[in-house]
Design a binder for this molecule. Structure first.
Ligand SMILES: Cc1cc2nc3c(=O)[nH]c(=O)nc-3n(C[C@H](O)[C@H](O)[C@H](O)COP(=O)(O)OP(=O)(O)OC[C@H]3O[C@@H](n4cnc5c(N)ncnc54)[C@H](O)[C@@H]3O)c2cc1C
Length: 214
């Protein structure tokens, strides 16, 4: 599909301000830090995506994915762009990036059950700062913490300096809402991997970690 036709179709799903076709941004979106030298020297050997789309809710993600699925358009999901292993690298001519920039809401901090519900585009540092103010911690501290976002952290099974104590990100996720290419929205309930029931009493301290869901 040509870029002009693609944009016309995407405009039926999202607003004009949610579609980015700036050439510099598309070039930047072609690859991640795995090819940072080639990128900096402007000698990247991969095609540019046709557009970057910024959905603002599940329904928009669903509609964009369904459209791409039906029209054989490749999709690259994107969070904080800290990927170092080629996870954001484009490989085909007909491709778009779905960026989580507008999915940036911290929906709920449940101190009783020690759970946080956040969208995929929330920066880990922002969540950590918020729960720290309450005397809590996410217990997750990768070096990419100031930039990486929850969707990217989960997709890459991130680990950090505190993981020997608190586990990796997969030990912290208790529930998920995810959208499949055919439009099916799967919602996994917020249930801990292991639990003897919710705590009777919560005494906030930095040794208490929150579980994450979105
Ligand atoms: C300076 C630096 C330090 C780092 N330190 C660590 C570290 O300590 N521990 C560690 O584990 N990693 C580390 N990394 C690697 C990287 O930061 C992590 O893998 C991080 O989890 C990626 O998060 P992100 O939001 O930046 O994702 P992105 O870079 O945007 O994406 C990473 C991958 O996840 C996919 N993805 C992103 N969002 C979604 C979504 N919503 N749904 C489905 N797929 C999605 C992307 O398609 C891509 O394949 C580091 C990287 C840098 C540059």
């Amino acid at each position: 599909m040509k870029q002009k036709q693609l944009i016309e179709e995407l405009l039926k799903i999202v607003g004009l301000d949610q579609i980015n076709t700036n050439q510099d941004d598309l070039y930047d979106a072609s690859a991640d830090r795995y090819k940072k030298y080639a990128k900096a020297r402007k000698v990247l050997d991969v095609p540019q995506p046709l557009a970057i789309v910024y959905p603002a809710n599940t329904e928009e993600v669903r509609n964009v994915l369904m459209f791409c699925n039906e029209n054989k358009i490749n999709v690259i999901a994107r969070g904080g762009k800290t990927a170092t292993e080629g996870g954001l690298e484009n490989w085909c001519e007909s491709s778009i990036v779905i960026d989580a920039e507008h999915l940036d809401k911290i929906i709920k901090i449940d101190e009783y059950n020690m759970q946080a519900t956040v969208q995929a585009g929330v920066r880990l540092q922002d969540l950590e700062d918020l729960v720290r103010a309450k005397g809590l911690t996410t217990g997750h501290s990768p070096q990419s913490k100031p930039v990486a976002k929850l969707g990217g952290l989960v997709a890459t099974r991130s680990i950090g300096q505190l993981s020997t104590l608190y586990g990796g990100i997969e030990d912290m996720v208790v529930g998920l809402e995810c959208v499949f290419p055919n439009g099916h929205v799967s919602r996994i309930k917020n249930v801990s991997r292991r639990a003897g029931g919710p705590p009777k009493e919560v005494k906030p301290s930095l040794t208490k970690t929150l579980k994450i869901s979105w």
